[in-house]
Design a protein around this ligand. Structure first.
Ligand SMILES: Cc1ncc(COP(=O)(O)O)c(C=O)c1O
Length: 441
């Protein structure tokens, strides 16, 4: 006899991701509708969406252009296999993304998420060295406090200990230090101090020998760890060291890509061109899962030139849903919105207003740092003694009660409004956050 404690409509069967299941099920926070930069809750409250969902809905919720494109595509071609056959939308979307990417990054490998992008990029880097005859280059260097998703490669190069300790070692990795320095507290945009932290890569090279290192993977700014922004000149220095030893440089732009920094990619805002860019989230405005690994011409050509017979598979990797036609339809409609609505221009206009608004929280109870880059920011709050993360969690809950959805991660509150947000949305968001901080006092 089967036994279950689940009943229709009860909350127990759904094992929620990255959630305190027990607290949620006792105190549910349920969203039933999204429109513009607001959510409606199951009890009828309107919330300002302070994080574009999970950093994905830059164009705002309920974009008819996307939902109509998706519906049409489902009718015309609901699914097409991507192995050895194709469908036109995947090629069209890849060409449009390649045209927007910096430097010679002109080949796009489709995946379904940021985690898949991380593992795909790592495999691409290791495969690249193998086909070049340097199969011993397997190590990938990440950073402390970095987030590259939850699959084994991304988890291993990631640097958030809470996401790693339960699961054991994945791939061969080492880590640069993070760039969160107390002397940079309350910096606006790129902080002044700490460029020398990039030179730690030389110490890692000395330890492991450059001949063992395939790639360095880095977020232009660390989003999930609480918008940790690299110091001025840091990314340029990392690029120089990678060039010195031939390491591939992977930018994980799952958050920073597709507009968040005011340009299409954080690489363009930083003025540094990597060899691979990972993207997901805002690429399809979050409507349908989609991710992409955008590789340089050199990387693609190396696989092609060493691929053996012309019918042979050059890169034995891919997902059932790589380049899914419905996801591609969502991606193309999203790019149309970027063009037609000047989303990047809107984002750039809002960034200074957002920066002033978030920094105006300085001096409120428990605020120990405020950081921002592009249309992303974080407020770091003092932890309660012996209860890591509890204060940020309580403020997150209070914001929800007062009418704002924000994210809490560790001792930070994180913000990434939609690019279409109005100044009044930003005002409402931060006035609620201010009230929630004061309620903690
Ligand atoms: C930089 C970065 N990489 C990878 C991921 C993982 O993406 P996903 O949750 O789509 O697997 C995230 C998610 O927030 C991210 O911020």
């Amino acid at each position: 006899m089967t036994s279950t404690t689940s009943k229709p409509n009860d909350l127990s069967a759904n094992w929620m991701p990255f959630s305190g299941n027990r607290f949620f099920k006792a105190n549910p926070r349920m969203i039933v509708k999204g429109e513009g930069c607001t959510f409606t809750t199951s009890d009828g409250k309107t919330l300002v969406d302070g994080l574009s969902g999970l950093w994905c809905c830059g164009a705002g919720h309920g974009r008819k252009e996307i939902t109509e494109a998706v519906s049409r595509q489902m009718v015309d071609l609901d699914y097409a296999p991507g192995f050895q056959v194709g469908h036109p939308l995947a090629f069209e979307l890849a060409s449009r993304i390649a045209a927007l990417a910096p430097g010679d990054l002109d080949h796009v490998f489709f995946v379904n998420s940021g985690s898949e992008a991380a593992d795909t990029a790592i495999k691409m880097a290791r495969g690249y060295w193998r086909v070049k005859g340097e199969a011993q280059r397997t190590k990938v260097i990440g950073r402390a406090k970095a987030y590259h998703g939850v699959n084994f490669g991304g988890m291993s190069v990631g640097g958030i200990s809470g996401n790693r300790k339960m699961f054991g070692a994945g791939i061969d990795a080492d880590h640069l230090p993070h760039t969160l320095l107390a002397e940079n507290a309350f910096s606006r945009g790129l902080p002044d101090k700490g460029i020398e932290l990039a030179d730690e890569l030389e110490n890692i090279v000395a330890l492991h020998d450059p001949s063992t290192i395939a790639a360095v993977i880095i977020e232009p700014f660390s989003g999930s760890a609480g918008v940790i922004v690299p110091p001025k000149g840091y990314m340029q220095r990392i690029r120089e060291i990678c060039d010195k030893y031939g390491f591939l440089l992977i930018f994980d732009e799952v958050i920073s890509g597709f507009g968040r920094t005011g340009q299409m990619f954080g690489a363009q805002t930083m003025g540094v061109t990597p060899d691979i860019i990972n993207a997901a989230k805002a690429i399809s405005n979050g409507v349908i899962p989609l991710g992409a690994v955008i590789a340089s011409h050199r990387i693609y050509q190396t696989f092609m030139d060493n691929g053996g017979a012309d019918y042979a598979i050059e890169f034995p990797h891919g997902y059932t849903y790589s380049g899914h036609p419905v996801a591609c339809a969502a991606g193309l409609a999203t790019l149309d919105i970027f063009e037609n609505d000047d989303l990047l221009g809107k984002c750039r206009t809002l960034i200074p207003y957002f920066e002033d608004a978030i920094h105006a929280l300085k001096g409120l109870p428990h605020v120990e740092d405020i950081r921002n880059f592009g249309l992303a920011g974080a407020v770091q709050v003092t932890d309660m003694p012996g209860l890591p993360g509890k204060r940020a969690f309580e403020i997150f809950q209070k914001c929800w009660d007062l009418g704002a959805y924000v994210r809490c991660g560790g001792n930070t509150l994180q913000f990434a409004p939609a690019f279409i947000a109005q100044k009044s949305d930003i005002d409402r968001l931060f006035s609620i956050v201010a009230d929630a901080l004061k309620a903690q006092a």
